[in-house]
Design a protein around this ligand. Sequence first.
Ligand code: FRU
Length: 476
Amino acid sequence: MDKIPKSRQTYDYRPAVHFTPPKNWINDPNGMVYIDGRYHLFYQHYPTAPHWGPMHWGHAVSEDLLHWDHLPIALYPDELGCIFSGSCVYDRENLSGFGTRDTPPLLALFTHHSTDESHMEHQSLAYSTDYEHFEKYYGNPVIPNSGQKDFRDPKIFWNPVRKCYSLVLAAGDHVEFYATHDFKKWDKTGEFKAGDHGLKGICECPDCFPLPTENGEKWILIISMIIAREQIGVNNNVYDRMSHLTQYYIGSFDGDTFHDTEQSDIPLLLDFGTDNYAGVTFQNLEEKVMIGWADNWDYANFAPSDNDGFRGKMTLARRMRLIQTGKGLRLAFSFEGIEEARAHACPLATGENRLRSQSFGLKITANGPGAILLKNIQGELLAIRITDSEIIVDRTEAGQDDFSAAYAHPAYGRTHAPRVLKEGTSSEIEIILDKCILEVLADNGLIPITASVYPTRPYEKLCLSGSLNAEYYTLT
Ligand code: FRU
């Protein structure tokens, strides 16, 4: 493993309002659900070391999606294996029988990943009536594996056609749909293959849900993808530079399977940046709100962490809408939970501004090209540039990059996202920097770009140029 020189570990990278674990490793968000005013976030966690290992489900709750209380680990590995990604459902009608009508159970559907050389994956069930301590179902697995190598990450959703719950899970090059009436017995109803359109590869962490449009409802199928690459960065464009990307399809759901009726000639990406993977939505929430893992498998295990040894972070919660653009329907995103901070925004002057916090947001109206540059005393530079045709995030000079060849590769370091709005239209851009994580939602939320950055010192200056009106707010 590449080592970070000790002399450079001077800076505390723990974000103020992005979720991080108390200690050690995290990856995917799991089982996100909203119950009685609290958001529950479970997550892939290795509690004993700051690198990937036998997975557990960590657990935290929040009332505002910015500040989280850590709860005890929810699911530990057992004789069927370790605990890979999955989802929760608030079983309001007690269809499972694990609670009562007065105390509806919270159910977790997750992947048991066997730790022997078979690495077999099965889907299993656990339940809780205090929404904190879980009991695993004695009849696990509830969806056994008939021999597929990759068979994981069940995501439950309400099936309005069959009037029951369904789930979508990743099965190699495709996803599979299953339906149930009691969460214990599941019947397969259909499949959807990724890559007939869009990106081909191994599917992970799917999600499927409806969103309204002006012309009725459409369904979204999100799939995170492992893409075989001969070499990184051969084609320096956002569609084929990385080995892990999250794409989405737009279409319909007939009760059995998904159909991508709104086909696009380019893959639709959930994020154009390097650091947003395995994103899924909250259950039991009217709005569709997602959180992703704000890291990248190509370097997450080597990324600088702070002295507490936490490694990994989540994106902020993002609400999704479907918008008609000149290029067809597209997902547009807005941050959830920052409304109050944003209400205290103050105007920024064009030119150089002194930065007083490393956790802040910018609310920008771009009436033409421009740039936002963040600089520190070490000469490090994080640049966000708005041109007529692209939104560019350039972190190639932003700080530490010697911990991984992939991170340091210019194809990863510079994100060029093609613009969606017509030239000459003014564009709303929200930018959040929170210590080691940059999130940009440009062109009214149609262009999300998430990137990890590791400055060796705080950025002290923010330089604003071009046709931009910007307001600044602090996040604490
Ligand atoms: C995605 C993933 C999932 C799996 C989990 C293991 O990042 O590979 O497919 O369940 O991580 O930690």
